[in-house]
Design a binder for this molecule. Structure first.
Ligand SMILES: C[S@@+](CC[C@H](N)C(=O)[O-])C[C@H]1O[C@@H](n2cnc3c(N)ncnc32)[C@H](O)[C@@H]1O
Length: 326
């Protein structure tokens, strides 16, 4: 990689002691009731809560959050928290968290929901009663082997809901590298049928910061320059469905501004809080699972104090490198 991007691997020591920025709360897990969420960790820029996210979301003030990223159970029986009796039960459960999520979202805000297309498709219409506008993003990955006897899965979907036309979208923060073909032929005659037609040559000048982003997001999970292991390293944990930081950085950069509040009701190993912290946003998260949240805290404490431009460059150079080796 061209730039210098050394990631933190260990939380810094201060006089021989681990120097935490945040504070882990004392919770009695013998008596803890998930229906009564408790604060798990308090940091100058955010909070993590442990408990049921539907109860937690219902306790938060209306119009108070700028962006919600939800990576909920997918209803694919991947873990004990991912099993529902039926798709109907899953839809009903989903609407129970989507409704309060819509209420706490500011009118300029966006809610992103991850899932498999065939499952999310059933959520789109009932969820729209809380929103004004919807887009459908595809996260395309190329690093999963097809071990079954069916079409191999190479994408997940991300539904994007907005409450008004006045939404935050920072296109210049998430530009992508141009394809080799586009850069090779910047100066070319246009067909008469083209919108740039009438036989003239159209001189196109590439934007120095890259091309506009597209709704098929292309992020392989395993191509990271720094080797990852679960202990003490910056990204990979043992969480069964951990999302890549790069995906979250795109979502946060595009749909929020510095200092905005980002919320994740299914925080897991903390990817949303970690990337919000990297990008100088405030963050709130909740999860049922204590072990996952311990990993989240560790990852937040490891966040490097880089300028936002450095994170953008880090991802852009990674994308360029991936393009060059394909
Ligand atoms: C798909 S995973 C999220 C992974 C996360 N995006 C990451 O990068 O690590 C879904 C998470 O939802 C949590 N969960 C499931 N049901 C929940 C509920 N009712 N309330 C809070 N968290 C829940 C699970 O413990 C799991 O960590």
């Amino acid at each position: 990689m061209k730039g210098v991007f050394l990631r933190n691997k260990e939380i810094p020591l201060y006089f021989g002691e681990v120097n935490f920025n945040g504070v882990k709360k004392n919770i009695n897990f013998d008596t803890h009731n998930p229906n009564n969420p408790e604060m798990f960790y308090k940091h100058p820029n955010g909070e993590i809560w442990i408990g049921d996210s539907i109860t937690w979301l219902n306790s938060l003030p209306n119009d108070s959050v700028d962006l919600i990223f939800a990576d909920p159970p997918y209803n694919i029986k991947k873990a004990d928290w991912d099993s529902f009796e039926s798709q109907q039960e899953y839809i009903e459960w989903s609407l129970k968290w989507i409704e309060p999520a819509a209420k706490i979202l500011k009118c300029t805000g966006t809610l992103y929901i991850c899932g498999f297309s065939e499952i999310l498709a059933d959520l789109k219409a009932p969820a729209m009663k809380f929103f004004k506008n919807c887009r459908w993003l595809i996260w395309n990955y190329k690093n999963k082997a097809n071990l079954g006897k069916d079409w191999g899965r190479s994408h997940e979907s991300i539904l994007l809901f907005r409450k008004s036309k006045d939404f935050t979208f920072n296109i210049d923060s998430i530009r992508i590298p141009y394809s080799k073909h586009t850069l090779k032929y910047p100066d070319h005659p246009q067909a008469l049928t083209s919108q740039y037609g009438n036989g003239k040559k159209h001189l196109w000048i590439p934007n120095p910061n890259g091309a506009k982003p597209q709704d098929v997001i292309d992020i392989p999970q395993d191509i990271i320059d720094i080797p990852t292991t679960c202990n003490g390293m910056h990204e990979k944990t043992l969480h069964p469905t951990q999302k890549p930081e790069e995906l979250l950085r795109k979502i946060i950069l595009s749909s929020s501004n510095i200092g905005d509040i980002i919320l994740d009701p299914f925080l897991g190993s903390g990817t949303t809080a970690v990337t919000s912290e990297q990008l100088k946003r405030k963050w709130l998260g909740c999860d049922l699972n204590k072990e996952y949240l311990e990993w989240a805290v560790n990852r937040i404490e490891l966040v490097e104090n880089w300028d936002i431009d450095k994170w953008i460059k880090y991802d852009f150079e990674n994308m360029q490198r991936r393009n060059s080796i394909r």
